[in-house]
Design a protein around this ligand. Sequence first.
Ligand SMILES: [Zn+2]
Length: 574
Amino acid sequence: MKILSLHCDYIKFKPLKKALKEPEVLDEKRKENIEVTDPLVIFTAVEKQDEANPNLLIEYIKNIEELIKQVNATNIVLYPYAHLSSSLSRPDFALKTLESAEKELSKNKKYKITRAPFGYYKEFELKCKGHPLSELSRTIGEKNTPDLRPKIIEKLGEPIDHEQLLREISKTKLDTSKLKENDHRIIGKQMDLFSFSEVAPGMVFWHNDGLIIRNNLVEFWRKEHKSAGYQEISTPQILDKKLWLISGHWEKYGENNFRTSYEERDFLVKPMNCPGGMLVYKTKPKSYKDLPLRVGEMGVVHRVELSGVLAGLFRVIQFTQDDAHIFCTEKQLEEEIIKIMDIINKFYETFNLKFDHVELSTRPEKRIGDDKTWDKAEKTLESVLKKKKINFKINPGDGAFYGPKIDFHVKDSLNRTWQLSTIQLDFAMPERFDLTYTDENNEQKRPVMLHRVVYGSLERFIGILLEHTNGKLPLWLAPKQIRVINFTDKNNKACEKLAEELSELGFRVDTDIKSEPIGGKIKQAEMEKVPYIVVIGDKEEASGNLAVRKDNKVTQIKKADFISRIEKEIKEKK
Ligand SMILES: [Zn+2]
């Protein structure tokens, strides 16, 4: 590799036409004239023999960093310059070398790295500073240099001990010794639903069977919301700081946010879905005819929690909110809140969760909006609760800074209460994002907005559901609905045939035809919480009936009757 470094007052360059058949693909910005002031320009030619040098990149970077130090530069321009050598490497190798160098050097936040377009004839103009160190050239990789890799890696991060790392990532985090028997983490392990790993604290690894539960809950949610007139959207995971400054989350969530950067812009991994939803609203002018506009999003959000307080699915860092925002007029507000309550009711009934109580949280000390608006908002929520004859208690001062809210608490089979659903009234977001609609008189008005969740966090809801049912999920949710077990090896064919038939009908079915005593196989199926265990022995083969085991009770039943029974059970979500 040959490099020529020039310390300049400025450099200007612009690609004019292709020098290679397939040059680097450029975005609009890089097609234009680029000017960098006070740069250290590194003209670089990557040569044929460099392709066999495993230390090329490290040496290249080491040389550049030495040059940077010598002239005390911070603006670095990596400039591909073929004319320094008559024995060039393959273009793709040269480009990759330059790209990698750019990436490595960019890790040092002090540097601003610019890389000139590769594979083009460029016009350029520069003014060399002319001091003794302003022009230097180097040849890299000709002598046999010792392996510098370990040193550089140490510098960039830490030395890699592959074995040690492998041991660390293979650790499972679950210590069951301190957990209750019905803890969802134990049930989840028995049923092979999910796991956690040290490498992703508070984030769920869904296994096949856990994902079946999750997908079914999402599907049910989708169906119910579609029939309640909701649209569904999906918005990006990482969004520019600007958006979060407008929404107020940048300050509000502070250290509870995952921050990241890209091309020297600050970004936030979304802790909430709302701002993304606002942007979708703003893409098209709205009129009163578009309202009420109900927009749902199964949004994955991240919030920083101390790893010490994480507890299985109950407290996670990454979770899925079954979010929705309703944009409406003040007049429509009451009816919309009632409609949300109807959905919430339907969900609790479906999952056999009892309503425990409702809390109405009112204006906090620190708030936005005038008292008149707050009066109206609180009154609206209160009147809806009264109209629906729902017992509620008031949580004075516990509302959000942008509006009052209603929280719904349920009681599970273990008599524990959980706060799941929320309805929040919001005057701030429409104001902050300048949301408008045109009313009947062609005037610009601001919509009112509701945030609401029903499951709350899908992950937490699944945890609650597992403990609430002790893993005995209703048939429509059970990842394995039926297990067919042989009595002896003679019955294997009949087992497989039945399983195939049931599977074709759409049931989730598997077989256990190991040559083992039947008692053990039944026990295994019960531990995995498979709702229906069908045993086939000679007697069943002869009669054509099935011996169906559910909750320790065995019934002989005709196949057709069994099928219509489970079809009904699934349909009714019992
Ligand atoms: Zn929201």
